[in-house]
Design a protein. Structure first.
Length: 381
């Protein structure tokens, strides 16, 4: 038998069909794996998502000799994707163990070495370079059962993917990844009753917590002997482009790019994760928060690249395609939304718009987004 993939409207799904793609929920977590047979209950769950179509698999008889190469390629692709997922999960777990070990040593006052940190960040870079979309699609970003450990690894992965989008060299990615992985190391020197306090902190307690940036910088410089660009991530990842961040109130021209990248990844992962004092919001709400605070708290150009990288586009967002056409996002399909084209590649506005489903047109992709126009239109409503 040969497998033939085809796209169907989710309203036409029937029991017994076989999924030809992995289905993710609204938060990007795996809901149903590719190759799974559909039951009525699973169909109902898929139809509750904000997607319009999905791939299913038809199995038909075929000539063995004629199609051997194609079938073998399909098997290799599936095995490669599976290997990437396994490598990623193993690497994430190993990274969390390295962070845990480092944090424990800080608490106990033991000597620190950067060797294991550098080694695991090198592994993470290798995994991300395999395929950044695989990293985002196949990983359960909240799989590690400890917020600080999970948060550290997530921020590292998100920062590295953003760094790759910027075209950073391998050496610069290493500096960025190390700083991102242990950006919160200074929190180990904050009184734990304050750090783990479930209620809102007092002003005095909040000032104490803010010191984790200075403590982290000192640990990275004095104990781990890390470079300035890396240590400054711990010091300045809470600085904001409007000058209202801490500890030094730097403005957007003085904050290094590494600290800007990690600052965005840090906030995005924090607000989309369950914390002691705050319930998570979904990824689309997280993206909206970044958009609302672009050019206020966060560097707007990095926010744009971050959103393109994670692929969560709010409905109504203005985007530009690699074809040069400009339009608006019309659906919440992760990575591949339906886009309404309102302006052609020559910059001329169309009197009759048309829509492109990026899911059905894999050669077309989003290369830029217009946050300014989106915020202006939303504010005028």
């Amino acid at each position: 038998m040969k497998s033939v993939k085809r796209s169907v409207d989710i309203k036409q799904l029937v029991e017994g069909m076989i999924l030809a793609e992995t289905i993710f929920d609204i938060d990007g977590k795996v809901l149903f794996n590719e190759g799974l047979g559909l039951s009525n209950k699973r169909i109902e769950r898929i139809q509750s998502l904000q997607i319009e179509r999905c791939l299913v698999e038809d199995r038909v008889a075929y000539n063995v000799q004629k199609n051997t190469t194609q079938e073998t390629t399909s098997i290799f692709e599936k095995k490669a994707a599976y290997r990437k997922a396994v490598i990623l999960n193993e690497t994430r777990q190993e990274a969390s163990e390295v962070v845990s070990e480092i944090l424990d040593k800080v608490l106990d006052g033991n000597s620190l070495k950067a060797d294991r940190i550098k080694k695991i960040v090198g592994k993470i870079i290798d995994v991300v370079l395999m395929d950044d979309r695989v990293v985002l699609n196949l990983s359960n970003m909240n799989a590690i059962d400890n917020y600080l450990l999970s948060h550290s690894v997530n921020v590292c992965v998100l920062s590295l993917i953003t760094g790759i989008y910027y075209g950073l060299t391998q050496n610069k990615l290493m500096q960025l990844g190390i700083g991102a992985l242990i950006h919160d190391i200074g929190k180990m020197l904050i009184p734990q009753d304050i750090y783990h306090k479930p209620e809102k902190l007092t002003d005095e307690e909040y000032e104490i917590v803010q010191n984790h940036t200075v403590y982290g910088h000192k640990i990275m410089k004095d104990n781990l002997n890390l470079e300035n660009d890396t240590a400054n991530i711990a010091l300045w990842h809470h600085e904001r482009v409007d000058g209202l961040g801490y500890p030094h109130g730097l403005n957007k021209y003085d904050i290094p790019i590494f600290a800007k990248i990690v600052g965005i990844a840090d906030v995005f992962d924090a607000i989309t994760s369950d914390r002691i004092y705050c319930k998570r919001i979904d990824y689309y709400q997280g993206v909206s928060y970044l958009i609302d605070n672009a050019d206020i708290q966060f560097d707007i150009e990095i926010v744009k690249k971050f959103i393109i990288m994670i692929g969560y586009y709010p409905i109504g967002l203005f985007i530009q395609l690699n074809t040069g056409d400009i339009g608006q996002v019309m659906t919440k399909n992760k990575l591949c939304p339906v886009v309404r084209i309102t302006q052609d590649s020559n910059g001329e506005r169309l009197s009759n718009y048309y829509e492109i489903d990026l899911y059905k047109n894999p050669s077309i992709s989003i290369v830029d987004i217009n946050i300014e126009e989106f915020k202006l239109r939303r504010a005028s409503k």
